[in-house]
Write a protein that binds this ligand. Structure first.
Ligand SMILES: Nc1nc2c(ncn2[C@@H]2O[C@H](COP(=O)(O)OP(=O)(O)OP(=O)(O)O)[C@@H](O)[C@H]2O)c(=O)[nH]1
Ligand SMILES: [Mg+2]
Length: 346
């Protein structure tokens, strides 16, 4: 899963990026010379079920689920913010957006930053949708698509995100290529000062989040960055001393899975155990597309075992015997922990 970090100048994007990935990308005023640079970091998603499956299968290769974080240079909140150019085009390629909001320093106003960013994402989508509509009109393109895009435009112009639009799967796929920002899952991350580590979100923030339908979490970025940059051996003791139970990374992963409603399924193909992240409620055929578009296209059926059954019975043969190996069709909704083998034909 690709997660993009965006936020106002100096809101702590790179600090949070370091906290989540353990990297040492330059932060603060000294980072001025590095502005414009994109930072990329990959972390593995810890999962005790994955570890247990690895013990049972003893696969040659183990590929846990990963999250790739991208820290984008951005002009949000600055001059460009009043145009559609504030958010770089690459953000369209991520699966989920995290808004980093400064809630530290002399006069923080994270609620305003949140509102600005939501507005900027809408502005950027308006530009894309308008351009596409005028092109379709000029080239006598599909009426269906024009109608759909005009519906989108109307909503955007009333300052509402496309997340609110209910669409048929066909409409969904018409739009999927544009990477519309206001349709992406979003998480608001309030970056607080060290003293407020572990506190819950103030009511004003919670209210604004509710209003725009965005889930939020709080993190003391600078402190968490320092912890993440400690040597592995010192980290545990430090966390204990500070009374912190879970690192920023663990907390973020849990929040992301929870708030973005993600689940994990496992595959074991050619001696590789692999974990995949999908949205809860994804149909088997679409989940197959996560692995390869050929498997989606040529989907025949999925052979599924629930993790709990497999862990209890200990082998595929035992699952089969106990009637716990199921054959599922393309519309089966893949469940958290499913161990899946796709049958396909290309
Ligand atoms: N007190 C405090 N300071 C922070 C926190 N997070 C970031 N800062 C400070 O804010 C400044 C900017 O942090 P960066 O992480 O570089 O912010 P950024 O959003 O990446 O900035 P640009 O890339 O320039 O837009 C630095 O001086 C940080 O030390 C925090 O949680 N608490
Ligand atoms: Mg930065």
């Amino acid at each position: 899963m690709r997660v993009g970090l965006i936020g106002h100048r100096g809101s702590g994007k790179t600090t949070i990026f370091n906290a989540l990935t353990g990297q040492r990308a330059p932060v603060g005023e000294f980072s001025a010379g590095f502005r414009g640079e994109i930072h990329l970091g990959v972390i593995k998603v810890p999962d005790s079920r994955f570890d247990r499956l690895a013990e049972i299968f003893r696969p040659k290769k183990r590929t846990p689920a990963e999250i790739t974080f991208t820290d984008f240079p951005i002009d949000s909140g600055g001059e460009k913010a009043k145009t559609a150019a504030a958010i770089p085009a690459q953000v369209r390629e991520v699966d989920a957006v995290t808004l980093v909001l400064a809630d530290f320093g002399a006069q923080p106003n994270p609620v305003k930053e949140l509102k600005d960013l939501v507005a900027e994402m809408i502005l950027a989508d308006i530009a894309i949708v308008e351009k596409r509509i005028s092109r379709l009109k000029k080239e006598m393109g599909s009426e269906t698509e024009i109608k759909l895009l005009e519906r989108c435009l109307k909503l955007l112009e009333s300052e509402r995100g496309l997340r609110e639009l209910s669409m048929t799967p066909e409409e969904e796929s018409l739009l999927s290529g544009f990477g519309l920002l206001s349709r992406k899952p979003v998480l608001a991350l309030f970056n607080t000062s060290d003293e407020r580590a572990g506190e819950s979100l103030p009511p004003a923030c919670q209210e604004e989040l509710r209003r725009c339908g965005i889930p939020g979490l709080q993190m003391a970025g600078r402190l968490e960055m320092e912890i993440a940059q400690l040597e592995e051996a010192d980290r545990g003791a430090f966390l204990k001393e500070m009374g912190i139970e879970e690192s920023a990374r663990e907390r973020f992963i849990r929040a992301a899975f929870d708030l973005l409603d993600l689940v994990t399924f496992f595959t074991t193909v050619s001696d590789e155990l692999r974990a995949w992240t999908i949205k809860r409620g994804t149909a088997a055929k679409k989940a197959a597309g996560k692995i390869h578009s050929d498997i989606e296209r040529g989907f025949i059926r999925a052979e599924v075992m629930a993790y709990d059954d497999f862990a209890a019975l200990g082998s595929e043969a035992k699952c089969r015997e106990a009637g716990r190996l199921r054959l599922e069709g393309k519309d089966y909704l893949v469940q958290d922990g499913d161990i899946v083998r796709f049958r396909f034909n290309v």
